[in-house]
Design a protein. Sequence first.
Length: 564
Amino acid sequence: MKKIILLFFIPLLFIQCKQEIEQPKEKEYGFIADSAMVVSARIEASNIGVEIMEQGGNAFDAMVATSLALVVTYPFAGNIGGGGFMVYRLNDGTSGALDYREKAPLAATQDMYLDENGNVIEGKSILGVMAVGTPGTIAGLFEVHKKFGTLPFEKLIQPSIDLAEKGVVVTEKQAKRLAKYRVLFEEANKRIIFLDTTWNASDTIKYPALANTFKRIRDHGEKEFYTGKTADILVEYIQQLGGIITKEDLAKYEAKWRNPISFSYDGNKIISMSPPSSGGICIAQILKSIEPYEIQQYKHNSPKYIQLITEAERRAYADRAHYLGDPDFVNIPVDSLTSNSYLTTRMADFNWSKATASSSISHGSITGYESNETTHYSIIDKFGNAVSVTTTLNGAYGSKVYVEKGGFFLNNEMDDLSAKPGVPNMFGLIGAEANAIAPEKRMLSSMTPTIVEKNGKLKMVLGSPGGSTIITSVMQNILNVLEYDMTMQESVSKPRFHHQWLPDDIKFEPAFDTLVFAPLKKLGYKIDQSNSPVIGKVDAILVLPDGRLEGGADPRGDDKAAGF
Ligand code: DON
């Protein structure tokens, strides 16, 4: 059965008995494929990635094709006007990472979002053209293709050209999102854009301008976006709106290969994104802080489980705010921050009988330290290569600036830099000097594309959108599978919680069992359920013991798995 997406139940023979007697239970599996799979935010994009692999392409070819397809099918976050990160693991076990994060424009200044009194001007780093960072996605895709691609680029982009011309059917969720952001589209562009029209579920949206941009990229390559006609269109529109990105910014942009963060957790190897994303370091800090505890003795999502994880998160996010930023600009003590001895010291004041107050926690001290709305897709190919990609415009539809002649949205990634020390960004994250604004600096990210291997073999590929909640969403899914033996689908569907040092509260999804609140409150934890309808949207693949692949497509979105 190919590309038919089903959730189905497989009664499992009862294999494991952790306690004396357990009733046989039915496990809920996601879509299962024999050898290759894509899980992404839209079925059309997953299908395009799979078709490329059916034509003999590898996971990297599929990565390029899926990414471009998401620009058409999921303009909410799929992009060529934003940036992202890829973590990969080849079938021979070698791994690596690509950083195609946006950069601050050359004309950016540290006080560009402050008024004359030094206060942050509300919304300036979020809505409109001043929020835009120099996009990295096209450079990233060409870099991937150059290093690992096996099919011609034209072949990878053509399905998205066809889709943009033919049009994409609007889902219920997409119709709601478009309606919700209409007013902001108008404000950011100072006029009506075509997506402002009322779109209802089942309508078909065609993207002729985007199709033309893709054709030019197909014909002229990467330089089309950074120095060609698309660059002209982009800069002309940005400057018309009063923005500061120039042709020089575009011409200077480069994607960079990075060493991923790799660490072991309970006999598993976790490979995740390195700075300028905080994802890998934070997830390493959290998992290594809780590793000494017998996690399985705490019931999943029980007060004790939440408490332990929250305390590890509190300390990790405090370090994030102080130490992390663009590694090309700041010296990050990665080894110290993720060392067992440092993390043992950090957790030393954790006390089961009382919540630690975030006000009493600051960043840890490192000896020898010298100075100073997103989408994820997971791919495994039939050769055993794995690719984990998170890409974003930052907020929903980014800055809402829509380059109509080019057919695409621009990011508002500048908000991920720290507009002013101590003032939270749109995700409530505090930044310091390490993430202060500077020309050409990459903004600190929380994106956490991750790969897990066990006994030298590929086990899981996962990641999530969700701003600051990405790290904790990915982390909970790793625990769901490794500690609680969930299927991939069960894992991504489970309700989640989130803590990030400041604000000093724990956020819970509405589906979370509210029975845990009273015991946590008693220990001094503050509960916030007001502003978190969903936490993360995880798209993941699990390699089953027999080698088949199980997709976990997050039911919080329109996300779907496809494969063969
Ligand atoms: O890089 C980051 O951490 C953010 N720009 C990600 C934004 C995001 O996940 C929005 N999605 N809900």
